[in-house]
Design a binder for this molecule. Structure first.
Ligand code: FE
Length: 396
């Protein structure tokens, strides 16, 4: 049996934020990040609309990037005091992810993170509140997904939470919010979305319901991301929809080892974090090459290549064309080709090599590995990661 779950309502298009006026409830808490939503006036607008809907409104502000367990607990406590029947979260992936976890602890104060990290094991939510998500970046698609990532900084662990209970009730995909994204964020989040769609399309859990979403998202991102990066706001608006379609696909088909590798290399090195979307963009061409050794995966990559108008003599030729196209997209978006080039070389080569066996092991055990079309051995994963460090061609 398969399951396909999305928010019950999705409002999209310019000005759709106004739909908040039509939510029915008594009290709403609005969860936001560090200040861009306030600065650009969207927070005031959202609060105004909720008040027009007759609701009492409280704010929970300053959710940090890569939100912590502490922030989640603070937010949940505020919710327990205020007792909202709507949780409205607005911003990049972080405030929305944090609000999803707050929701669980608001409804079930006695639960623990350890209880929640078992995938698809959440208690039944919506006994106290419903959830509305409003993204301001075009990448994570957390507004339509069953996922949230919370970081325990004491233990140095990222908790990936996964359950259809935390798929929002309402998503508002208003491109006005995404027009505020700086250039680099546009590139990184856009390639994150491209990775979501491609990994979902070749995932072992892909199905007839996820395939069209993934393919159409790939076509749109291929067409619009560069222009969006260059400041074309109509392309930026379309990218906001495209990333959401990619999210609908991967929330139900899951992902693959590009994400496993990005998760486990993201915060592993003392030189700095490797930003999620940028890591995906750098690793995706290598992983396609590796996965394409699996015949069925190769056929699916070739389908993607044909769908976006690339040429190739046969399946292998089409796969190569897809890899070349993604590399050229990266270059046009000023994304480096490998970890060695990342941010002027902040990741130390020796540290990378010292940690390689451990990081490879962790990447294999990542939740995203299970749905990848090939399950790598530790040796293969080390080779892949090394290829991503030096931009080496891999041949296996
Ligand atoms: Fe991602």
């Amino acid at each position: 049996m398969g399951r396909f779950t999305l928010p019950r309502d999705l409002y999209h298009g310019k000005g759709s934020l106004e739909e908040l006026k039509n939510l029915s409830g008594k009290k709403a808490i609005v969860v936001v990040g560090g200040g861009s939503m306030r600065r650009f006036g969207f927070l005031d607008k959202a609060v105004g609309y909720l008040k027009e809907a007759g609701m009492e409104v409280e704010l929970f502000e300053n959710v940090e990037p890569d939100p912590s367990v502490e922030t989640v607990m603070k937010g949940a406590e505020k919710m327990r005091e205020f007792e909202p029947d709507w949780i409205v979260s607005m911003g990049g992936g972080s405030p929305i992810d944090a609000a999803k976890a707050m929701w669980a602890f608001y409804e079930y104060p006695e639960t623990t993170f350890e209880d929640l990290i078992t995938p698809f094991n959440f208690p039944t939510l919506r006994t106290k509140a419903k959830f509305c998500a409003i993204p301001s970046t075009s990448g994570t698609a957390t507004e339509v997904t069953a996922f949230s990532v919370i970081t325990d900084y004491d233990k140095g662990i990222k908790y990936p939470l996964a359950d259809f209970n935390i798929t929002p009730d309402v998503a508002i995909v208003d491109p006005d919010l995404a027009e505020t994204m700086p250039k680099k964020l546009t590139a990184h989040t856009g390639m994150d979305a491209m990775t979501h769609a491609i990994e979902a399309y070749v995932s072992t859990l892909h199905c007839d319901y996820t395939d069209p979403l993934a393919l159409h998202a790939i076509k749109m991102i291929h067409r619009d991301l560069k222009a969006s990066f260059d400041g074309d706001m109509e392309a930026r608006d379309r990218m906001h929809n495209a990333q959401c379609l990619a999210g609908m696909a991967f929330s139900n088909a899951l992902l693959g080892i590009v994400h496993s590798m990005a998760h486990k290399t993201g915060a592993a090195y003392s030189g700095g974090h490797i930003v999620h979307g940028c890591a995906n963009a750098m690793y995706l061409p290598k992983v396609i090459k590796y996965n394409a050794q699996n015949e069925e995966a190769a056929l699916r990559y070739a389908e993607i290549a044909s769908f976006i108008g690339l040429q190739g003599e046969d399946t292998a030729g089409l796969v190569d064309a897809l890899i070349a196209e993604l590399k050229s997209m990266n270059a046009s978006l000023e994304i480096p080709s490998c970890i060695k080039e990342y941010e002027g070389g902040i990741i130390d080569e020796k540290e990378f090599m010292d940690k390689l066996p451990e990081v490879a092991k962790l990447a294999i055990s990542d939740a995203c590995t299970g749905s990848n079309p090939r399950v790598p051995t530790p040796e293969e994963m080390e080779k892949l990661l090394k290829a991503c460090f030096y931009d080496e061609e891999i041949d296996f």
